[in-house]
Design a protein around this ligand. Structure first.
Ligand code: RUB
Length: 326
């Protein structure tokens, strides 16, 4: 933060720290938390001029934006909320931010519900889904299928290094869905027992590429080879507008300690010293559109190659700077 940056509300600092540490994680949940934090900043602001208020909100937006780079739901949430900051007086600006934050949160819930209903239609009674990581959009499809009275089982990939598969397994068990938990390396063996691969997304690019938890692309390639359809559940909040103008999505590299403890590293290095060992920990990968059968959104399901049409409709020629930039 620069010397001149306004003081940030503790909710913004807390949300930013929790997103960075993955206490708050998953694209939709991150977006929801960011909107909530902006609303708290606006509500409690004691800015004495509209300029000071705007500067405070931009600083809050920047603080949240710098936490994690890959899930586009985060900048999409910040844009939505900060573009609601309209008016002449501090109280009008405040009202604009708070209202758009709450509207954003309502739409997010609604979109996930609608997406789930659409995705559930792809699941038949008795089907087994294989999941990777933990996606609330993907789980919404299972939840709605259960609501429709269908029996669904799940093969849940552990998802190293953070084991978000455990969160998925916990949620599915809460819904009484039979779960088989497997390590990531076992996925190909169990694909023969799966009727669908069902994953979420952090970002969807204009060419229909799916950016999701590391390991998704390998799973998709294996699934295609086994003839298992790959279904990506991603509300339109996950569509990445910058990719329409050729930008690529930044893949987050996380701390090596998520992969290897200090003691494990010492064991590997032995007497040789640490020079020759590098640990890489990319959090996400890119699945090319040809491995994806359907992208399920709240607006319907699309073959990945046609997602650009939806993006044009939603984002148009959206141009100009980011609302958190000065
Ligand atoms: C989470 C992840 C999820 C997407 C979609 O990664 O890759 O599949 O974010 O989740 P991380 P949702 O655990 O590193 O945040 O459908 O809940 O938005």
């Amino acid at each position: 933060m620069s010397q001149t940056d306004p003081e940030l509300h503790e909710s913004v600092e807390e949300a930013a720290a929790d997103i960075a540490s993955m206490e708050i994680r998953g694209a939709a949940t991150i977006a929801d938390a960011a909107a909530e934090a902006l609303a708290a900043q606006a509500e409690d602001s004691d800015a004495d001029s509209p300029e000071a208020f705007r500067a405070e909100m931009r600083a809050a937006g920047r603080r949240l934006r710098e936490t994690r780079p890959t899930a586009v739901s985060l900048p999409n949430a910040l844009r939505y909320v900060l573009r609601g900051m309209a008016g002449e007086t501090v109280s009008e600006l405040r009202e604009g931010v708070v209202e758009s934050a709450h509207e954003f949160q309502r739409e997010l819930d609604q979109a996930q519900d609608n997406l789930g209903r659409i995705g559930a239609n792809r699941l038949r009674d008795g089907d087994t889904v294989m999941t990777h990581c933990h996606s609330t959009d993907a789980l919404s499809c299972v939840e709605k299928a259960l609501d429709q009275g269908k029996d669904v089982s799940a093969i849940v990939k552990e998802t190293r290094p953070r084991k978000q598969g455990h969160i998925t397994a916990e949620q599915l068990r809460e819904w009484d869905v039979p779960v088989t938990l497997v390590v990531d390396n076992a996925a190909r063996r169990y694909l023969d027992d799966a009727d669908h691969v069902l994953v979420g997304a952090d970002s969807i690019a204009a060419d229909g590429s799916v950016i999701n938890k590391i390991g998704t692309s390998g799973l998709a390639v294996n699934a295609r080879e086994r003839g298992v359809p790959i279904m990506v559940a991603a509300q339109t909040l996950k569509l990445h507008p910058d990719t329409m103008t050729g930008h690529t999505v930044e893949i987050e590299m996380r701390d090596e300690r998520e992969v290897l403890t200090e003691a494990e590293e010492r064991d590997i290095n032995g007497d040789l010293g640490g020079e020759g060992l590098t640990v890489e920990n990319p959090a996400f990968d890119v699945t090319p559109p040809r491995y994806v059968d359907a992208i399920v959104t709240e607006r319907g399901q699309f073959p990945p190659e046609s997602i650009v049409t939806l993006m044009r409709e939603l984002f148009g020629d959206q141009q100009g700077g980011e609302p958190w930039e000065e």
